[in-house]
Design a protein. Sequence first.
Length: 112
Amino acid sequence: MDEGICRPMGRGFEDRIKCQNVLQETQLRSQKQVSDLKFRMDNANTSTKAQLNQQDEKIMELITQNGELQGELLGVSEQNEALIERVERLTDLVEILAKRCDTVYCIIEIST
């Protein structure tokens, strides 16, 4: 450690103090870097959480819209079934009337 950071201890006490100062400065820089990194990570986490919250809100909105559309589709399906039943009954009535018609020209007017 002394070789990489401090000058060799050739002059005794003065070099030892300088070495300790260099070590303290290095530790302070490392602590500052760690603190900066933690701060950036906290900011990134906050940003990510905000984005996730926005996505959750969009998902809930889409789920609500999907439920509304399914309800509308059910109503339309029921109406469609009722119309199909009416058409089938009218078709049956037309067939019955056609069988009962003795003349060649039989005019049927169906109004709904």
